[in-house]
Design a protein around this ligand. Structure first.
Ligand SMILES: Cc1ncc(C[n+]2csc(CCOP(=O)(O)OP(=O)(O)O)c2C)c(N)n1
Ligand SMILES: [Mg+2]
Length: 563
């Protein structure tokens, strides 16, 4: 018997419950590639005013959700279909996992009523996602959809942030339930503040160490940006006169030219410092697993994740918590002391500056080189000169991006994006998409290797379709050079050519074919004008710069990442 319309309970479907839960997190866009399993989520997004950006490969959707989280400080969300849609997104989730980026991947799943019967696109998604997420679960009933989505977001912020995964069976998503039966957590009321102050006694000890240090240095890692501790970090280094090195997303915390900004003297500092403070970055391969720090230095490590502190290398003081809060507390604790050590460190800063300047001057002729084919150093030099305080810089490639890591200096906090410790090629277009969507008034510039661009480059078309202009620069050496170097060194020039050669592809023509702006550059003098024209075009752009395939970045030649 049907009820009269005016007394029928108001109902809501699973897809609409998803959209409500996303809205509660402040999410205004999802990145997706469609499939019959997930279309009700789109319908919910229409009602909640959430934009649906549909991409051409699910890996891109997941990377874009990761990038959105990095840029906005809100979690990102990607929605993909069951089976191959979800497996295509695995790399993006894995990248976010290693990069500590809070995002939610929602995957479709066959109907519960056909559980394990061999339905279309059925796979054990949760089992596959468990090792690379902080939380992975199936949504068991329509009533619980919004509840479990909010639970997944809560889990994203436990300790160091990271991704969550949910699969929603098709019948759970499509069914409607009375609104009164569904648990819909209210925005701002279902999870705690994630800012965790450090143990006050440990902070006092840090202030003591700083007061006595002659040669301290600090490494500001990605968590400084994740926790939006930029201002606290700046106050810390200035008040206590501590030279700062920055990595990952923390690059740009201090602007280039700042008296406390150091980059090229890091190894010297780590070898000669008496106090080394590592903030929000693990002792992983990028840090030589901690082995590159002077054995006689006092080492302090601050991290959001208890499991990271003291891992791979002993520390003298470990503090768990929010980078910004802890640096602010240490600044305050030290400022209460008669002698906080700041003035005594003038000579140490001068010593490091001299090392820094010498390294810069040694490299400068290469950066200004007029040779053809173009020296990659010249290309990255031109990019560094071209970017402004409003340019978000993205690196996606091998050797060419290793060059840029030494030369390109973002001018503002949060304006540097790289894949992070998973080293994933193919993040570039997705990060550009997320960055331009979230910050339409910023300029986005991505430097690609030709190999890296090829992995996910078709989504350049998505940038055109959604009118998301950015400046793409391809350092084209027709090779996977970072790998080629090691192969040639091991097997000789000829045998070293196996499996790493790409064709001479005109990526500028590809860009034009898809409705963007494209140019090729062979003469280094043409790099700057081409960059200017790309900026003025107001379109997604690709500048195809032919670089010398036979020169390699020092970082590639050391190949320390594999050691
Ligand atoms: C998804 C993925 N596949 C493979 C690799 C291994 N890899 C690291 S660097 C590199 C070469 C990249 O070539 P390209 O983007 O053209 O940059 P180049 O080194 O030539 O400057 C490869 C294949 C990786 N890091 N990520
Ligand atoms: Mg290449």
């Amino acid at each position: 018997m049907t009820q009269p319309a005016d007394t029928a309970p108001e109902t809501i479907s699973g897809g609409h419950l998803v959209a409500k839960a996303l809205k509660a997190e402040g999410i205004d866009v999802i990145f997706t590639l469609c499939g019959g399993h997930i279309i009700d989520i789109y319908d919910g997004c229409v009602d909640e005013g959430i934009e649906v950006i549909d991409v051409r490969h699910e890996q891109v959707a997941a990377h874009a959700a990761d990038g959105y989280a990095r840029i906005t400080g809100k979690p990102g969300c990607a929605v993909v279909t069951a089976g191959p849609g979800t497996t295509d997104a695995v790399t993006g989730v894995a990248n976010a996992f290693r990069a500590e980026s809070p995002m939610l991947l929602i995957g479709g799943q066959g109907a519960l009523s056909q559980h394990k019967m061999g339905s279309l696109q059925d796979l054990p998604h949760v089992d596959m996602m468990t090792p690379i997420t902080k939380f992975a679960a199936t949504v068991p009933s329509t009533e619980r959809v919004a509840d479990i989505v909010s639970m997944a977001f809560r889990e994203c912020y436990h300790g160091a942030p990271g991704p969550s995964f949910l699969e929603i069976p098709r019948d759970v998503l499509d069914a409607s339930v009375p609104i009164s039966k569904a648990r819909i957590p209210e925005a701002g009321r279902y999870r705690a503040s994630v800012r965790q102050a450090g143990d006050p006694e440990a902070v006092e000890r840090l202030a003591d160490l700083l007061a006595h240090a002659e040669k301290p240095c600090v490494l500001l890692g990605s968590q400084v940006w994740t926790t939006r501790g930029t201002d606290d970090a700046i106050n810390f280094v200035r008040a206590l006169n501590v030279p700062a090195y920055m990595n990952g997303s923390a690059r740009g915390t201090l602007p280039p030219g700042d008296p406390h900004h150091f980059q090229l003297s890091r190894r010297y500092a780590f070898t000669n410092a008496d106090l080394i403070i590592i903030v929000g970055t693990p002792f992983d391969f990028r840090m030589g697993y901690g082995k590159r720090l002077s054995p006689s230095a006092t080492v302090v490590q601050i991290d959001l994740d208890y499991r990271t502190v003291g891992k791979n290398r002993d520390v003298d003081l470990g503090i768990v918590g929010d980078a910004g809060l802890i640096l602010a507390a240490a600044t305050q604790a030290a400022s209460g002391r008669v002698e906080n050590g700041a003035t005594r460190r003038k000579e140490w800063l001068e010593e490091l500056r001299a090392v820094e300047t010498a390294a810069y001057e040694k490299r400068l002729p290469r950066q200004l080189s007029g040779s053809q084919p173009i020296d990659p150093y010249r290309l990255v030099h031109e990019i560094n000169e071209f970017i402004t305080e409003d340019t978000i810089y993205i690196g996606d490639g091998g050797d060419i991006v290793t060059f840029s890591g030494q030369v390109v200096q973002p001018k503002s906090p949060g304006h540097w994006m790289d894949p992070g410790p998973l080293g994933t090629l193919g993040v570039g277009v997705a990060f550009a998409m997320a960055a331009k969507y979230a910050e339409p008034d910023k300029e986005v510039l991505c430097l690609f290797g030709d190999g890296a661009f090829s992995l996910t480059g078709w989504d350049f078309e998505t940038m055109v379709r959604f009118n998301l202009p950015f400046i793409g620069v391809i350092g084209n050496n027709s090779s996977m050079n970072q790998i080629r170097y090691g192969q040639a060194a091991k097997y000789g020039e000829n045998r070293g050519r196996v499996g790493n050669t790409l064709g001479d592809v005109r990526y500028d023509e590809f860009a034009r074919m898809l409705g963007g702006h494209g140019e090729e550059v062979r003469d280094p003098a043409d790099i700057r004008p081409a960059l200017e024209r790309a900026r003025e075009s107001g379109k997604p752009a690709l500048i195809n710069v032919w670089v010398d395939p036979d020169v390699y970045a020092p970082g590639t030649m050391n190949q320390t990442m594999y050691k």
